[in-house]
Write a protein that binds this ligand. Structure first.
Ligand code: NAG
Ligand code: NAG
Ligand code: NAG
Ligand code: NAG
Ligand code: NAG
Ligand code: NAG
Ligand code: NAG
Ligand code: NAG
Ligand code: NAG
Length: 452
């Protein structure tokens, strides 16, 4: 009996753990677009993609109402700017839950409450220290309202690590490891929640396409593997390497068993001329392969955790035209803003490859070789451009010398041309150190010489 009993307990634990969480794939429903379909239409589209879960970046009541009486599990978010309010007042936390969760639960299947978004990647380091206290308060508020099914977490980007290679060397950044990660892991472990992780193999590949095989990043490498000298584990794709780096970092802090939830992953279906690999072919390949992995039964897990379920949200539902930054940012959608598919995709993973139509061949997997200028966007707000022109000219060395009155490139009265010159001149100097051709969405890279 003494031998049988623990095994019996163990099998019950395993089976409830399996029943609690499934590998069904969800989608991130970002709303940074001024041309997106309505919440109710969006919920229909989410269903048509066969997504079983949805994550939103707030607690938008219109969306939560549209999700009522559906089978879709929902993850909501406390906005970054309220983290300090919550951490400093249990009453504030309670009333936030009372206003934003209680009226929708249970008709809306709210299951996850994420506290802020990638707050540890933000330069706002004052909010950081409030993160874990806010998570604790939110959990307490949920308990007060008897919302026991809702887990509390927070999404982290890969930059919470200072080392991710080889995966067994995974280590959290020293500025957050002791003060924030340790108490956070303790909280996640105690509440049996998840480490919510945003994982984009696109970015390391795009930064170093010479040394990282594109197919390895797309889950499509037939015979390429990487063997971690620290563990002997064999990797067949970049995604697994990145996830395992976080698993080893958690282990290093004494938490080897906290489950990972892929809070975001995806691949851009388009990009600026100075970027690479953002195209429909790669995006469809990446997402279809990721979904195949996430939905495989039995679960495949990762080399460090074979057989573990990886619940996930693909990023994103729509191409979002108001996201700042380089072009890739506005091209992660499974859908165009009007609701039509960018490419065929089935989040249930049940559609066989052979049923998909052929994809357009990629044309930008290699860096563009010609000259690229940074110019004012069509329809840009010209009074804002005027401000950006002054800013650009105040940066770098001799950035705007050639467009002073009387100089070679001076074109009196054409703000469009002056600013395009200034943006290009600025960008030529700052591109190497990570400067982007964006200017708050006023500028775009182009292969066409603006002075012609
Ligand atoms: C949150 O706290 C800030 C700073 O104290 C305050 O200005 C803001 O009004 C608070 N937000 C809400 C919704 O109460
Ligand atoms: C708690 O918060 C609610 C809503 O913000 C407010 O109306 C109420 O006065 C607060 N109560 C206390 C004791 O601070
Ligand atoms: C936040 O950053 C500033 C400047 O980088 C630094 O001086 C300060 O010590 C940091 N604060 C915390 C809490 O890490
Ligand atoms: C392991 O990580 C540390 C930083 O945490 C870094 O200094 C070291 O170079 C890494 N080792 C390898 C083999 O990359
Ligand atoms: C994490 O949680 C497990 C299960 O509840 C427990 O056995 C373990 O001691 C916890 N780990 C730490 C470091 O607290
Ligand atoms: C992988 O397979 C391809 C085609 O079979 C072959 O050309 C290539 O050399 C192989 N690469 C490696 C690293 O084995
Ligand atoms: C939706 O937008 C895409 C991209 O702009 C376009 O190609 C497609 O024709 C549009 N579909 C409909 C039904 O308007
Ligand atoms: C245009 O930019 C100016 C200056 O930044 C701003 O005050 C104004 O509100 C903007 N207009 C529109 C329509 O966005
Ligand atoms: C401007 O010139 C200085 C001195 O030559 C140099 O150190 C600096 O890096 C230059 N700045 C840029 C943006 O190229």
């Amino acid at each position: 009996m003494g031998h049988v009993f623990p095994i019996f307990i163990l099998s019950i634990l395993l089976s409830t753990a399996g029943a609690e969480i499934s590998g069904k794939v969800g989608v991130n429903y970002g709303q940074l677009g001024n041309n997106l379909r309505s919440p109710s239409r969006s919920v229909e589209l989410i269903k048509s993609l066969k997504a079983k879960r949805v994550k939103i970046y707030d607690a938008n009541p219109k969306i939560l109402n549209a999700l009522k009486n559906t089978d879709i599990q929902v993850s909501i978010m406390l906005p970054n700017e309220l983290i300090v309010n919550v951490s400093s007042s249990q009453n504030f936390s309670d009333s936030w839950v009372k206003t934003n969760v209680v009226p929708f639960y249970k008709e809306t299947k709210i299951r996850y409450l994420l506290v802020g978004n990638e707050i540890l990647s933000s330069s706002d380091n004052a909010t950081r220290i409030n993160l874990v206290p806010a998570m604790r308060r939110m959990k307490w508020s949920l308990k007060t309202h008897e919302l026991h099914k809702i887990k509390v977490g927070t999404p982290s980007a890969m930059d919470v690590l200072e080392s991710s290679f080889p995966p067994s060397n995974g280590t959290f950044r020293s500025d957050i490891s002791g003060p924030i990660m340790k108490p956070m892991l303790r909280f996640l472990n105690r509440t049996k929640s998840f480490f919510f992780l945003d994982v984009y193999p696109y970015f390391p590949w795009a930064q170093d396409p010479k040394n990282i095989d594109l197919d390895y990043a797309l889950f499509a490498a037939k015979n390429r593997t990487y063997s971690d000298p620290g563990t002997g584990l064999t990797y067949t794709n970049l995604f697994d390497q990145m996830v395992d780096a976080v698993i080893f970092a958690m282990k290093r802090l004494g938490y080897p068993n906290i489950r990972i939830w892929i809070a975001e992953t995806g691949w851009p279906n388009g990009c600026d001329i100075d970027q690479i690999g953002g195209n429909i072919y790669n995006a469809a390949t990446y997402n279809r392969n990721a979904i195949k992995k996430f939905t495989s039964d039995p679960a495949v897990g990762t080399p460090a955790r074979p057989g573990w379920v990886l619940p996930s949200f693909i990023f994103s539902l729509y191409n979002e035209n108001q996201k700042p930054g380089p072009g890739t940012e506005r091209h992660f959608g499974l859908l165009y803003p009007n609701g039509s598919n960018v490419y065929q995709i089935d989040l249930s993973g049940k559609t066989p490859e052979s049923e998909y139509e052929p994809l357009p061949a990629p044309t930008n997997n290699e860096p563009y070789k010609g000259k690229i200028w940074c110019v004012v966007k069509k329809n840009a707000n010209m009074s804002a451009v005027s401000g950006a022109l002054s800013y650009a000219c105040s940066q770098g060395n001799k950035t705007c010398d050639a467009i002073q009155p009387g100089k070679a490139c001076y074109k009196a009265k054409s703000l469009f041309r002056l600013a395009s010159y200034a943006f290009s001149s600025y960008w030529a100097q700052f591109k190497k150190s990570g400067g982007s051709c964006d200017f708050n969405g006023l500028a775009t890279p182009t292969p066409k010489d603006p002075s012609k």
